[in-house]
Design a protein. Structure first.
Length: 364
């Protein structure tokens, strides 16, 4: 492995893993950055990376089963001779593996372009194993594993969709390899292998567009604390002005992404409005009464402590203060921890306290 590579071993789908994903553009995200995703706008990804909105996707049934199927598909790939279609059936019966791959844990980053990362499904082991053209692999290479249903297969009718070519190109760019394969299981029954070779023009385009995207993400992050402060102080004018600066950095939608852009705008502005709600005068009066009551409570507690201190000063070292002809008393004695505990057992006019409290509240 090249000295330029950094491998971060973080358990997948953990909080630390999701947090680390925010710090780079993953290979599965490069197509989104370059405007080729059918499901997510580059602007939405931008706000996530800039900490200006929460990540709203952590997987679904398709990604769940896709992950569960990886080991099975990798196993089929090892039994499959690329020069003999469907040879994996007979080879698996006979226990003959004609190729070799291994699991690759962790997130891969290249020091030359640290804003990019890749999580490889498998690594094709180097030496002695045939490629799709019959030649021998002289270096290790990424193996990307995909599962699709019959509805998604239309995307693959003309070969590997551009968004997945970009994903593989970024994997090769980071791993400093020039070859990659996609092992595809279609509708749970048809197995395909697609070889992909590195192309400098695509690699350079990835570096150029992702670097601009990431530089703007870093700039947008600088507005995060200022936007939070404006929201906290209910300074909507300042908040709107800061968001206007962020909007200058957000990537524009590509042709054909109009519907995605509408969804993005709805989420973007609903997100802003969700943190603020306009109150009426009655709620303002209620809030003011709460502040007054808090201050009155402090004054009452201070007065209470003053009265208690006067009783303690009278008792000095005595443990019980009593009144002749009544059962009323005040105790001030040590507990088992050596601390003197103050307790009043007297009959107070609770009705009077209720009247005082009601009078106070009614006059607020």
């Amino acid at each position: 492995m090249s000295k330029n590579l950094i491998r971060l071993i973080i358990p997948e789908k953990t909080e630390a893993w999701y947090k680390q994903r925010l710090e780079t553009i993953g290979a599965s995200e490069v197509g989104c950055v370059m405007g080729l995703s059918q499901y997510k706008l580059a602007a939405s990804l931008f706000l996530e990376k800039a900490y200006l909105t929460e990540v709203d996707f952590h997987g679904n049934k398709h990604t769940y089963f896709g992950t569960k199927m990886e080991s099975l598909i990798a196993d089929v790939w090892e039994y499959n001779d690329p020069l003999e279609p469907e040879s994996y059936i007979e080879n698996s019966k006979n226990g003959v593996k004609v190729r070799k791959c291994r699991q690759f844990n962790g997130i891969l980053i290249n020091k030359k372009f640290p804003w990019l990362s890749a999580s490889l499904d498998r690594v094709i082991c180097k030496g002695g194993f045939k490629l799709t053209d019959g030649s021998i692999l002289e270096n290790w290479a990424p193996l990307e594993i995909k599962t699709i249903d019959k509805y998604a297969m239309a995307m693959w009718a003309s070969g590997v969709p551009p968004i997945y070519i970009l994903q593989c190109m970024q994997q090769m760019l980071i791993s400093e390899t020039d070859y990659c394969e996609i092992a595809l299981l279609d509708s749970g029954k048809d197995f395909h292998v697609y070889p992909i070779e590195f192309r400098d023009a695509i690699g350079n385009a990835i570096l150029s567009e992702t670097k601009l995207f990431w530089d703007n993400v870093i700039k947008a992050r600088e507005y995060k604390s200022m936007i939070d402060a404006a929201q906290h102080s209910f300074n909507k004018k300042a908040e709107d002005e800061l968001w206007a600066e962020v909007d200058k950095l957000v990537p524009r939608a590509k042709d054909g992404q109009e519907e995605l852009y509408k969804d993005y705008l709805a989420k973007r502005y609903n997100k802003m409005d969700a943190s603020r709600i306009l109150g009426d005068n009655e709620l303002l009066d209620t809030t003011k009464r709460i502040v007054i009551l808090k201050n009155v409570k402090k004054d009452i507690e201070a007065r209470e402590q003053k009265e208690i201190n006067s009783i303690k000063a009278f008792m000095k070292n005595s443990e019980i203060l009593y009144w002749e002809g009544t059962d009323e008393k005040v105790t001030w004695r040590e507990n088992k921890n050596g601390t003197r505990f103050f307790k009043m057992d007297v009959d107070a006019d609770l009705e009077k306290s209720s009247i005082l409290a009601e009078t106070l509240i009614n006059n607020l």
